[in-house]
Design a protein around this ligand. Structure first.
Ligand code: GLC
Length: 755
């Protein structure tokens, strides 16, 4: 009997236990509950994390390859072990679905809390389909196209498991000796801001799908002002210059919703950017309301010791954290020292949680907690990378980046069906690797269509000969010059590819000499002798000094570094399939000694007059003040005239808009596009203002013979400037408004702003 009662009791208990289980399903942690809000999930996760795990989220490590033989590499094994211990929040330079998925699995399935990793990578102008360098792309002045291009960069990178790119670079620079001018959008704050914002929007979308990635506003701040254009060099600019010249593009990119900001290597006001509270907290966070997170540049936290600002690595970690910089790229100080600094009371748990929350936010926002392998689809990767559709977009971007600098006797375009013989000369024209710069990402040189490939396709292989003309390092080779002259003697037209190797564009590519090489000048001189038209293509990641080739060239196309579709783009412009519409966003110096040179300069107390006595004025005795080609300059195969400029009032209140219009006419025989540029000048103000400031532009298409009235509205924002504290000010007084097809040839009207 007793046994029956016991058995019955066991049955009863187990039934009620089961019942209990069915009623209350096992509760999953809030941070794993996709139905909870991101804030709830972050707060729940922070409660569960150890201090070491929190510090780990602020640690970014250079990844590379973890599979195959690398899996046994002690260094790589150590990085995976750190990942298991929750000491890595992000890897950079782990690319491809296979590699990123492998590393993500370790983080998600082998660590205590399964926090997914962020994979970052330098997708600067394309991931596998490589687009024109950003400086070239900027010369299109095509904001819609630029955003579209960025969306392709993101789509390819996302398909390969990348969540985050360290782009756009928003540094304003007036110094083409700096190798990194190729990464930016030129010398103008307004245009730089518009382009940076377009790049952020194209890269990120709303970060809700697996085709967009986080962007990075870099290098914050003022890195483009490195003295003498020398990489990693000192920066020393005033706060007035900071606010009016250098910050606008960063601000615009942050305003466009950029997820992250990257510290620059330089100091500002004597304090390294990584530890600069004024820049990172006072301006970025408090004035601009930035809510994302700040990542260092490569080891820049630790470099504060070398700068002489931090006493040691631990002090560097503290100074970076206290300034408001969050994630440590490869200095290995934050992950190592924050737990100690917390114990010592030098930082608070609240501060640490606030920093970690910013990183976790994007891991939730990207959906990585709910689907860590959302970006890890190998079939999608192979279908997306280097697709015909992506290449078509890159080709369009390349055509629109090419600037026609000179076209004497309208020698261009060339008639592709004439059967005329073309001697294509110059090593770069047949060098796949020179179609790319330092930031080739996951592109491969073999993908490139060279200028020679493109011209053979477009003009017929039998009509295009090739000869090198100079050594691979651009030095003189008399034998190659003789061969080139012989080729030219058997041709009707000579096209010479000069400039710099693509390998001389990018980080750690500062050059003290940006003249065309002696070897290339010698080649041009030799080719000039037989009197045939010589068309120069300039392959470079920066404006070079082109003065010394003026007498030996009939036409010049600035073809920059255009990436995988170079050859087809150059051939299309040479053949007139596309009428070049690009306008330079960076001044081309007349001479090296002019640098830094830019259009939006101050008047000085002794501006040089255009005519009359130039004595005791701001000038050189051995060269002009003006650049060879000014900001905003670029020719077309057609001509545009400007007439009938009107303003609706000659005096406005500060709060009133000013309506401005002008008529532009295409007076040539080709349809074409023109970038109509509007500049202002604030004649007298509490701090002196530049002689010109770009404040609006419109890129218009006009058929041959067509004309159009182009209208602009100037607002108080356009007429304002910043004081040294970053306060935006508009002051009553005299102004000029100027319109033209470049920053030099403008028509103007005077108006007044009244209180
Ligand atoms: C480099 C560059 C920065 C880049 C980073 C990661 O030193 O300065 O622009 O994003 O390191 O490669």
């Amino acid at each position: 009997m007793r046994k029956q009662i016991f058995a019955a009791a066991v049955l009863l208990l187990s039934a009620s236990f089961l019942q209990a289980q069915i009623k209350a399903p096992a509760t999953i942690p809030t941070y794993k509950n996709a139905k909870a809000s991101i804030t709830e999930r972050i707060n729940d996760l922070l409660k569960r994390m150890t201090v070491e795990e929190k510090a780990g989220q602020l640690n970014q490590v250079n990844g590379g390859v973890f599979t195959g033989p690398a899996a046994n590499d002690p260094g790589q094994k150590a990085k995976m072990q750190m990942t298991r211990e929750g000491k890595v929040g992000s890897f950079l330079n782990v690319i491809g679905v296979k590699e990123t998925k492998n590393a993500q699995k370790v983080a998600v399935e082998e660590s205590r809390l399964g926090i997914p990793l962020l994979f970052g990578f330098d997708v600067i102008h394309g991931y596998r389909t490589i687009f024109p360098i950003p400086l070239a792309e900027a010369c299109s002045w095509d904001l819609v196209g630029i955003e579209k291009n960025a969306s392709i960069h993101a789509k390819e990178a996302a398909s390969a498991g990348v969540h985050w790119t360290f782009a756009p670079m928003c540094d304003i620079s007036n110094d083409p000796r700096w190798g990194r001018v190729m990464e930016g959008a030129g010398e103008d704050p307004y245009l730089g801001g518009m382009i940076s914002a377009a790049r952020v929007k194209g890269l990120q979308g709303d970060l809700s799908d697996a085709n967009h990635i986080m962007s990075t506003v870099k290098h914050y701040a003022v890195y483009g002002a490195v003295e003498a254009g020398r990489e990693y060099n000192n920066v020393d600019v005033s706060r007035v210059a900071l606010w009016n010249k250098y910050l606008p593009p960063y601000k615009a990119a942050v305003g466009a919703g950029a997820a992250t900001v990257m510290n620059s290597f330089n100091v500002f006001d004597g304090v390294p950017a990584s530890g600069n509270k004024y820049l990172v907290t006072d301006v970025l966070e408090k004035k601009w309301g930035f809510k994302g997170f700040v990542v260092s540049d490569w080891a820049s936290f630790g470099e504060m010791v070398t700068h002489g600002y931090a006493a040691d690595a631990k002090d560097a970690a503290l100074k970076a954290f206290q300034a408001g910089s969050h994630m440590d790229m490869e200095a290995n100080v934050t992950g190592k020292y924050l737990p100690e600094l917390l114990k010592e009371g030098k930082i608070t748990m609240k501060q640490l949680d606030e920093a970690v929350a910013r990183v976790l936010y994007f891991k939730f926002k990207l959906g990585l907690f709910d689907d860590p392998y959302k970006f890890s689809n190998e079939a999608r990767e192979s279908a997306t990378l280097f697709s015909e559709a992506n290449r078509a977009v890159a080709l369009e971007a390349a055509k629109r980046s090419i600037i026609l600098l000179k076209n004497n006797h309208d020698v261009l375009p060339l008639n592709a069906s004439s059967g005329r013989k073309i001697a294509l000369i110059g090593h770069y024209a047949n060098s796949k690797e020179d179609m790319f710069d330092f930031w080739i990402a996951n592109g491969t040189a073999n993908d490139a269509i060279t200028v020679y490939d493109g011209m053979q396709k477009r003009f017929g292989a039998a009509n295009v000969s090739f000869s090198k003309g100079y050594n691979d390092d651009a030095t003189t080779n008399e034998t190659l010059i003789k061969e080139a002259v012989a080729a030219a003697d058997n041709a009707d037209v000579v096209v010479v590819n000069i400039g710099l190797s693509g390998k001389m564009a990018g980080e750690d590519r500062a050059l003290g000499n940006i003249n065309i090489s002696d070897g290339q000048v010698a080649l041009l001189k030799a080719l000039q002798k037989n009197g045939r038209p010589v068309i120069a293509l300039v392959n470079s990641g920066r404006p070079m000094v082109l003065t010394q080739i003026q007498n030996y060239t009939t036409a010049i196309l600035q073809t920059w570094i255009l990436g995988t579709e170079t050859g087809d783009a150059v051939a299309a412009v040479l053949a007139g399939d596309y009428n070049p519409s690009a306008k330079t966003v960076m001044s081309f110096p007349y001479a090296l000694g002019q640098i830094p040179i830019y259009y939006n300069h101050f008047n000085t107390g002794r501006p040089i007059p255009d005519t009359g006595d130039q004595g005791w004025k701001s000038r050189y005795r051995d060269q002009p003040n003006d650049p060879l080609y000014p900001f905003g300059y670029g020719l077309s195969y057609t001509n545009f005239t400007y007439s009938g400029m009107l303003i609706n009032k000659t005096a406005i209140q500060k709060t009133e808009p000013l309506q401005v219009s002008i008529t532009v006419k295409n007076t040539g025989k080709f349809d074409g596009e023109e970038v109509v540029q509007l500049y202002i000048r604030d004649i007298t103000a509490s701090i002196v203002r530049p002689v010109k400031e770009l404040k609006a532009f419109q890129k218009i298409f006009l058929k041959a013979g067509e004309s159009k009235e182009v209208k602009f509205t100037l607002t108080a924002k356009d007429l304002s400037f910043y004081d040294a504290e970053g306060n935006s000010i508009i002051e009553a007084g005299a102004f000029k408004v100027m319109i033209g097809g470049n920053s030099k040839d403008v028509t103007e009207k005077d108006f007044e702003v009244r209180n």
